[in-house]
Design a protein around this ligand. Structure first.
Ligand code: AMP
Length: 185
């Protein structure tokens, strides 16, 4: 498995800016737009993800609404496989399955198309091998719900990948799949 060098990791991290108190007081928002508009940083990241996941024999990449779409679609294209959006409730036009997850106050819900990974989530009679990706894991609620969705339609969540992990929040503990974070802070 190809490891990312310390220099490359630090370079990617330095391309992500932190906006204090967005969207509300106390949140240190990790803004990946400054990674995306830096072609060297984006390419360094995508080269690494491509090298890592070439070895996984994946059938699909699933990206979480909305920043997971950017990394997920770019990676799926590099790997020559399909991309599946995991969307917030009410955005997908065909038949969906959904999963709720708790927020600080109330709950939210994510959905995928029931046939997103083929009929019954199968590729040539085996569960489709799916990589789930998002820009960041904080409490882990969103990714846990999204990975449950993949299983619900009969596919297999082979790994959950995040560009950034906020380690102190221990979000990975609630996820029932292997986890890879490019950078943990
Ligand atoms: P969580 O369900 O708590 O793991 O939250 C993860 C989702 O919220 C991801 O889709 C992130 O894009 C977003 N998110 C949560 N915290 C932050 C943060 N500090 N900076 C940027 N995005 C965040």
């Amino acid at each position: 498995m190809k490891e990312l060098s310390r220099e490359a990791r630090e370079f990617i991290l330095s391309s992500i800016r932190t906006i204090p108190d967005f969207p509300k007081p106390g949140i240190q928002f990790k803004d990946i737009t400054t990674l995306l508009n830096n072609p060297k940083a984006f390419q360094t990241l995508m080269d690494h993800l491509e090298a890592r996941y070439r070895e996984y024999d994946l059938d699909y990449v699933a990206g979480i609404d909305a920043r997971g779409f950017i990394f997920g679609a770019a990676l799926a294209d590099r790997l020559g496989i399909g991309f599946v959006p995991v969307r917030k409730k009410g955005k997908l036009p065909s038949t969906t399955v959904s999963e709720k997850y708790s927020l600080e106050y109330g709950f939210d819900e994510v959905e995928i198309h029931i046939d997103a990974f083929g009929e019954n989530g199968r590729c040539e009679s085996e569960p489709a091998r799916v990589l789930l990706i998002d820009d960041l894991i904080a409490t882990g609620g969103t990714a846990a719900a999204a990975s449950r969705l993949i299983g619900k339609v009969g596919a297999q969540c082979v790994e959950c990948c995040f560009i950034l992990e906020l380690g102190a929040l221990k979000g990975r503990q609630g996820i029932d799949a292997p986890i890879y974070s490019v950078i943990t802070i």
